[in-house]
Design a protein around this ligand. Structure first.
Ligand SMILES: [Zn+2]
Length: 221
């Protein structure tokens, strides 16, 4: 029998007016060139749409690279494709109904070296509702230090922020991005994944001077 691959989408849909993070503006999606206007430019029966989007980088499901946190860190033009694509991955489930703080104790039972570690909390069920934006499940600083020591490639979470937003510090971003470990936030659908034995990808465009950007995050099983 042939090996059959399956792709699982782990990204939220971005649409006009969507609030991803309270305090940041929602994207404005509109026409730059409408189909109707384009008819003047092309031959009979030929029309196109060219859209325009105005948004902050932290919109929808997005990835952070070191430049997001550190002025001398690598931006997207400097991070190689291999950091975003087909990473050997594992899911660690820590339901938000049990605890909002994920510590190193939750991670220690798992083999994580050189892997993308995706934290499944279930918080994505509150996406685009009032409840999503505060008291979010997150990692402790100790958990981040454990991920760094374990040399993981990437950390992802299906929550508002991988840090707690109840304080003004962001120790998890500081530790992980300081070690060039990429972060993906606002994932969804992690409950559709096996615990391991899959590959994770989350690709941003190759943009200079940007440290966070929306991605199409997915798993290949
Ligand atoms: Zn972040």
């Amino acid at each position: 029998m042939k090996n059959k691959q399956m792709l699982i989408d782990l990204s939220h849909t971005i649409e006009n007016g969507l609030i991803t993070y309270k305090g940041l503006p929602a994207p404005i999606i509109c026409d730059y060139l409408s189909r109707e206007e384009s008819k003047k430019l092309y031959g009979e029966g030929t029309e196109f749409h060219i859209g325009k989007i105005e948004m902050v980088a932290n919109t929808g499901t997005y990835i952070d690279c070191p430049f997001h946190r550190f002025s001398d860190g690598k931006d997207f033009s400097l991070v190689g494709l291999e950091s975003f694509t087909d990473l050997d991955a594992i899911v660690i489930s820590v339901p938000f109904t049990k605890t909002l703080e994920i510590t190193e104790e939750h991670i220690k039972p798992y083999e994580i070296k050189n892997r993308a570690v995706l934290f499944h909390t279930g918080w994505d069920k509150y996406w685009n509702t009032e409840k999503y934006y505060e008291n979010n499940p997150h990692l402790s600083q100790g958990a981040a230090e454990y991920l760094k020591k374990s040399q993981v490639k990437l950390a992802g979470i299906d929550s508002l922020n991988i840090d707690s937003t109840n304080s003004k510090d962001r120790p998890v971003h500081t530790v992980l991005l300081g070690a060039e470990i990429l972060i993906v936030e606002h994932l969804c659908n992690l409950n559709s994944l096996p615990k391991d034995g899959f590959k994770f990808s989350a690709l941003p465009p190759k943009i200079k001077g940007m440290g966070s950007f929306p991605v199409r995050a997915f798993a290949r099983i």
